[in-house]
Design a binder for this molecule. Structure first.
Ligand code: G3D
Ligand code: MG
Length: 204
């Protein structure tokens, strides 16, 4: 537990990390880099991937900041079109969603947006924090997070749907930005839990 007990964190902050494993699902169009990101997070090395049929699932340990030592169970669901209806069964009851985006593939950004919004707006996922990995930042022509945010229409998710979200620039091949993104996701998950607790208390 020691690793999580910074000067400013209370015992409450530390509890969820020691209690349980957080469930996270990775979504995104095919070839966005989900499987590469998952294995980079897991083994800290680049593994050659093949298009995912079905799913991959790995336990990943947080490495930076508050998320250090936190266990995530990460599901990587195949992104091919015929598999997308399956996303729904994986995203139910998840603590967080990681949406992996190819920052160069602007041709398919509208399609990515549609898939993201469909998942996020499903009642099962109300309020689930979303980490958008703006992947492939190493490639020339990669769009900046600020532009991707606009193109994905993320501001639509503020108010009524109560989602928190963050766009993290990343390169799954080198691992740049991945653990930083997981830390932000972890903080969003904690915040949501605290809020839920407060609402419960008030209702008593
Ligand atoms: P998916 O699981 O989302 O379908 P993969 O995607 O992880 O299988 O990756 C698809 C292709 O994108 C792979 O290339 C992979 O190496 C590449 N890729 C993933 N992340 C990055 C990145 O950050 N930068 C660059 N330049 N490429 C990346 P191949 O050639 O094997 O299809
Ligand atoms: Mg894959």
């Amino acid at each position: 537990m020691g690793a999580n007990m910074g000067k400013n964190s209370s015992l409450l902050d530390a509890l969820p990390s020691t209690q349980s494993t957080l469930h996270v699902v990775m979504l995104g169009l095919d070839s966005a880099g989900k499987t590469t990101a998952l294995y980079r997070l897991k083994f800290d090395q680049y593994l050659n991937t093949v298009p995912t049929i079905g799913f991959n699932c790995e336990k990943v340990k947080g490495q930076v900041g508050k998320a250090k030592g936190v266990n995530f169970l990460v599901w990587d669901v195949g992104g091919q079109e015929k598999l997308r209806p399956l996303w729904k069964s994986y995203t139910r009851c998840t603590d967080g969603i990681v949406f992996v985006l190819d920052s160069v593939d602007i041709e398919r950004i509208e399609e990515a947006k549609m898939e993201l919004m469909r998942t996020v707006k499903s009642p099962d996922n109300a309020g689930v924090p979303i980490l958008v990995l703006a992947n492939k930042q190493d490639l020339p022509g990669a769009k900046e997070p600020r532009d991707l945010e606009k193109l994905l229409g993320l501001h639509e998710l503020g108010g009524s749907t109560q989602h928190t979200w963050h766009v993290q620039p990343a390169c799954a091949i080198t691992g740049d930005g991945l653990h930083e993104g997981m830390e932000v996701l972890y903080e969003m998950i904690l915040k949501r839990r605290k809020l839920a607790k407060m609402v419960k208390k008030k209702a008593r």
